[in-house]
Design a protein around this ligand. Structure first.
Ligand code: ZN
Length: 218
């Protein structure tokens, strides 16, 4: 039996791996805001279920079964976010919190129906790819906005989905996936970035800019 907490661990490991972070006990503890001791004990349980390969003092790695299950939960989460946004008009800063709860109880039948109603979508409202039923993930090329140069013409690919206040802030500037922008200026020492979005100019704080992934437009 894989509990809700176990599913959250698998999802966290998936997310950290995607970001290229070596997933150690302390990284996980920090990310999940729990003690290293509870991470250790949970990772042992997950290893006993053959979902993780876990060596004390080393990182954790998914087994095949563990990765499959993580992708399943991520698929639930992202499909639910899109369904809530599109079918129920839930604002993009609220869908994550709702999906965090519903992802654990979604049946396979309902998952299939939601995917069908949405036309088997590829991306969630924050631009994150929705894994297919068979566990394939199409991750588009993107780079952090903070790495881009002045004058670059860009399109928003993905934004971090976890901070509702940040999403509201980005929404006020229409910084949704698919929005075009030009990086007009950037202040030194991690200062704000000046963006042209449509007819508007905005100064975007560096911390907020860190949560945006972009790609050059052709
Ligand atoms: Zn989310």
């Amino acid at each position: 039996m894989v509990s809700q907490a176990m599913q959250d661990y698998l999802k966290a490991i998936y997310k950290l791996q995607r970001e290229g972070v070596p997933v150690s006990t302390s990284v996980l503890a920090n990310y999940l805001n729990v003690s290293p001791a509870s991470v250790t004990s949970m990772c042992k349980k997950l290893a006993d279920l053959n979902l993780l390969e876990y060596e004390p003092y080393q990182g954790v790695r998914f087994s095949k079964a563990g990765e499959k299950l993580a992708l399943e939960i991520v698929r639930h989460h992202r499909l639910l976010e899109l369904y809530l946004a599109e079918a129920l008009n839930v604002p993009w800063d609220k869908v994550h919190e709702e999906a965090e709860k519903l992802e654990h109880v979604l049946s396979e039948d309902l998952e299939d129906r939601i995917a069908a109603v949405l036309g088997n979508p590829q991306f969630d409202p924050h631009g994150a790819p929705i894994p297919t039923r068979s566990g394939d993930v199409f991750q588009p090329q993107s780079e952090p906005l903070i790495n881009m140069g002045v004058g670059d013409k860009l399109v928003v690919v993905e934004v971090d989905d976890e901070d509702a206040a940040l999403l509201r802030y980005l929404g006020e500037m229409s910084l949704y996936p698919g929005t075009n922008l030009i990086l007009l200026a950037r202040a030194p020492f991690d200062g704000p970035l000046t963006l042209q979005v449509g007819n508007n100019q905005y100064d975007l704080g560096y911390q907020a800019a860190k949560s945006i992934m972009v790609a050059p437009t052709k």
